[in-house]
Design a protein around this ligand. Structure first.
Ligand code: ADP
Ligand code: MG
Length: 481
């Protein structure tokens, strides 16, 4: 795909909807899913004579983001009007930030294809209001406009053109997604459009310093589509250039049904928008003390948490990454690990394995898990003290999930306690060997692999409850000469 002759260059503009209850410049609700046009007030609609008033919470959230990505939070930033006509923008302009954004010069780290850390620069992040939505579905020969979303606060996060593949772009976007959710400044819900991105894509001959002409891909609302759209676009551009034609700078729409991008409009220049400072809004001035107070509110961030999980719990790097991708999962892990003597890696394995399997199966978030961290810990303690085997534990887990009570209650009620009494195991082993004389002879003649067969038979006899290590040892003793 990225054949050695061409290098791919990608920069992302991510829009994260900020999780405020009211809009950025009005008191109207930001709740999702209301009846169309019930949540846009006169300020959102830009009626003559109304005045926008900045929601202080968005300043705090933007500053928090800036600090989290090691950026400069501007002591003074300015709202500007970006003028354009579109049916979903009745005011005729969008209030955004242009020359003086609230956040500049940030960075974060992703893992590249070789597993090395790679820095991605964040050019800026600025505050702006969202526009409304055009609705085409279910309407015959007409379009509807829903203005509920107008005035919803957005943080637009613009990266440097530092990514070199669709995979890196996804890794970067996931990282931003994780960070905004850790900070609690956005719910990151991609289905509801709370987290979306435009991808700027170009190609250049490998080794060339100058960037190629880029296309901007719009309408990317899932990680899978972003990857597909970028890869389609890269192929398209390479093909064009190899045919001796040129890439034109334009905005293209990704069509997920046809898995292709197609032209939407030629790229507008900044001066087409006639940006100017919004005369209705004062510059945003924030003091050093304010920024310090926001810094105090920062939670432990994903990278730091991941490193701590490796250092403190001895987890594998990759597992620590998975567990810290969401704050809720990380908290669940720590709660469970604190409540059991079982090794932390065992706790991690169960969360990434059985628990996440069960959650996926039922489409649940970890916050709605039917097995609490304490309940999981209770069960892991029973594996750790050899009351049950790991295999039986799966049965116990399902029972807890199904509401049958704690691990201890389930083990008791179903009689699942592991058999560790060696004389009991010996009796079963004797019976199994006696019932399988030819296999026993083969084993003794050197067919070592048959041990697995015998273990299986003993387990079957004991309904999986015999301690596997003991079964192995006793079988070897009895079968060996
Ligand atoms: P605009 O505001 O017109 O969209 P910007 O210069 O602010 O343009 O850039 C928008 C995004 O495009 C940024 O993320 C930037 O990194 C990226 N970008 C700029 N030039 C290129 C290029 N040649 N190839 C890929 N991405 C680019
Ligand atoms: Mg742009």
């Amino acid at each position: 795909m990225t054949g050695s002759a061409w290098e791919v260059v990608i920069g992302l503009e991510i829009h994260a909807q900020l999780a405020t209850r009211s809009k950025i410049f009005s008191g109207a609700s930001t709740a999702y899913g209301a009846e169309p046009n019930t949540q846009a007030c006169l300020v959102d609609l830009g009626y003559p004579g109304v005045l926008p008033v900045l929601n202080e919470e968005v300043v705090r959230m933007a500053a928090m983001f800036g600090l989290a990505v090691n950026a400069a939070v501007a002591p003074r930033s300015v709202f500007a009007r970006k003028n354009y006509f579109y049916p979903d923008l009745p005011k005729g302009y969008q209030i955004s930030q242009y020359e003086l954004p609230i956040v500049e010069h940030g960075e974060l780290y992703i893992e590249d294809a070789d597993g090395n850390e790679k820095r991605i620069g964040i050019t800026r992040a600025h505050l702006e209001e969202d526009a409304g939505k055009s609705i085409h579905e279910g309407l015959d020969k007409s379009s509807g406009i829903d203005l509920n979303r107008t005035g919803t606060p957005l943080l637009e996060i613009v990266s440097e053109p530092d990514m070199r593949s669709a995979k890196e772009a996804i890794a970067y976007m996931r990282k931003i997604h994780t960070i905004v959710r850790y900070l609690g400044i956005s719910d990151g819900n991609m289905q509801e459009g709370s987290f979306r991105c435009d991808a700027n894509v170009s190609v250049r001959p490998r080794g060339q310093e100058e960037f190629g002409t880029r296309a901007e891909l719009k309408n990317l609302n899932s990680f899978r589509f972003i990857e597909k759209a970028i890869n389609f676009e890269v192929e398209r551009q390479i093909e064009l250039i190899e045919e001796g034609r040129e890439v034109v700078q334009e905005t293209r729409l990704y069509d997920s049904d046809r898995d292709e991008t197609r032209p939407m409009r030629s790229k507008e220049e900044a001066n087409d928008y006639r940006y100017f400072p919004d005369p209705d809004l004062l510059p945003v001035e924030i003091s050093a003390e304010y920024i310090e107070s926001v810094r105090q509110q920062l939670p432990e961030l994903p990278d730091a948490k991941k490193q701590r999980f490796v250092a403190e719990y001895g987890l594998r790097d990759e597992d620590a990454g998975i567990l810290t991708a969401s704050r809720a999962v990380a908290d669940y892990f720590e709660d469970a690990a604190a409540a059991t003597e079982a090794p932390a890696q065992l706790v991690a394995n169960w969360i990434m394995g059985e628990l996440s399997g069960a959650l996926n199966r039922e489409g649940l978030e970890i916050g709605d898990s039917k097995v609490s961290a304490a309940e999981l810990a209770g069960m892991l303690s029973r594996i750790h003290d050899s009351t049950i085997s790991g295999k039986i534990a799966k049965q116990v887990f399902e029972a807890i999930w199904g509401g049958e009570g704690t691990a201890d209650a389930v083990i008791e009620a179903k009689g699942l306690k592991q058999i560790t009494d060696s004389s009991a195991i010996e009796a079963v082993v004797d019976k199994v060997i006696a019932a399988n004389p030819s296999q026993a002879a083969d084993y003794r003649a050197g067919k070592d692999k048959l041990i697995g067969y015998f273990v299986g038979q003993v387990m079957k006899e004991t309904r999986g409850q015999a301690n596997p290590a003991q079964v192995n040892q006793i079988l070897k003793d009895k079968l060996g000469n």
